[in-house]
Write a new protein. Structure first.
Length: 307
């Protein structure tokens, strides 16, 4: 008897997850998926159950699955449709087809630590929470005329809701955000879409959990061309509400400026002054035309100084 499909909100589904957790369901990671067909261009609002039932029928008729594959589906209008309960295996990761050596190191580590006598190939379906987001989040492919229109995961209602659902899995089971994986990590697929960047994906889950974005090394390059004026490795930068924030000292010092910060606490001021080397470094970034203009301006200033 196929599973009965119903519409739920994120809070309602979160309550269902909590009940399954309390019944003893074990999950150690999550997998993000997307559905190429149907997708956002073919979906009609208010048809969530009908749409997911079509996926269910396709899965059953394939002969590969006994029922619909994933734990939960999210439609383009943000409706949540629960499918397989996490008290039973899902089949979203199938094989998996990627060899063991291709799996992320952290995924191999938790697989090894928790699978017991289970084959490693069975583990993703046994212990991975699977969330399928209906929409095509691949880049446009003109060479594929049958490809659906590309959708932006950053503006997609479905993807935003899917991230809400993923955060619920991580919150209830205490799964580290670093254990939020993609279907393509274990299968030769693009899931959850070529346009989905891992760092953004995980930071969005962190934000929903009230956690700070990951502190990851960043690089600042001063100037353009094959030989920039300076490069700062491991820059401490963050984009907060559209504002770029960071530690100014390494930036100014790399550009050849002297930073004096001893008066920050007493005066609320930081004194920044150019050095000769800094001026030379900045001049090196100028074009030949700008250098000629600079030389002319310097000559004018010297003439004014010398009276």
């Amino acid at each position: 008897m196929p599973l009965t499909l119903v519409e739920k909100t994120v809070p309602q589904y979160e309550a269902m997850l909590q009940a399954w957790h309390d019944e003893g369901a074990q999950l150690y990671c999550t997998f993000g998926h997307h559905c190429w067909k149907p997708n956002g261009s073919t979906y009609r609002p208010g048809t969530a159950v009908k749409t997911v039932r079509g996926i269910q029928t396709t899965h059953i008729n394939s002969g590969v699955f006994s029922d619909i594959a994933c734990h939960v589906y999210v439609t383009p209008d943000g409706t949540v449709v629960p499918a397989r309960p996490p008290t039973t295996w899902n089949c979203a990761c199938q094989g998996p087809s990627r060899p063991w050596s291709d799996h992320p190191q952290s995924l191999r580590a938790i697989n090894t630590a928790t699978r017991g006598n289970m084959p490693w190939t069975s583990w993703p379906n046994a212990y991975g929470g699977s969330v399928e987001i209906i929409g095509c989040f691949d880049w446009p492919h003109p060479e594929k005329p049958d490809a659906p229109p590309s959708e932006d995961p950053r503006t997609s209602v479905a993807f935003s809701t899917g991230l809400d659902v993923l955060a619920a899995f991580h919150r209830i089971w205490g799964i580290p955000v670093e254990h939020a994986y993609f279907h393509r990590d274990v299968e030769y697929k693009t899931c959850p879409g070529e346009r989905v960047e891992r760092e953004w994906y995980r930071d969005e889950i962190r934000r929903r959990l009230g956690q700070a974005p990951a502190d990851r090394p960043m690089k600042i390059i001063g100037g353009v061309g094959e030989t920039p004026a300076f490069v700062i490795d491991n820059a401490r930068l963050a984009l907060e509400e559209g504002v770029l924030r960071g530690d100014v000292r390494p930036l100014y010092e790399a550009a050849g400026w002297l930073v004096e910060g001893k008066h920050v606490k007493t005066q609320g001021k930081a004194y920044i002054t150019p050095t000769v080397w800094g001026i030379v470094k900045q001049a090196a970034m100028l074009s030949d035309g700008d250098l000629a203009d600079l030389a002319e301006q310097l000559a004018t200033l010297r003439a004014e100084r010398d009276g």
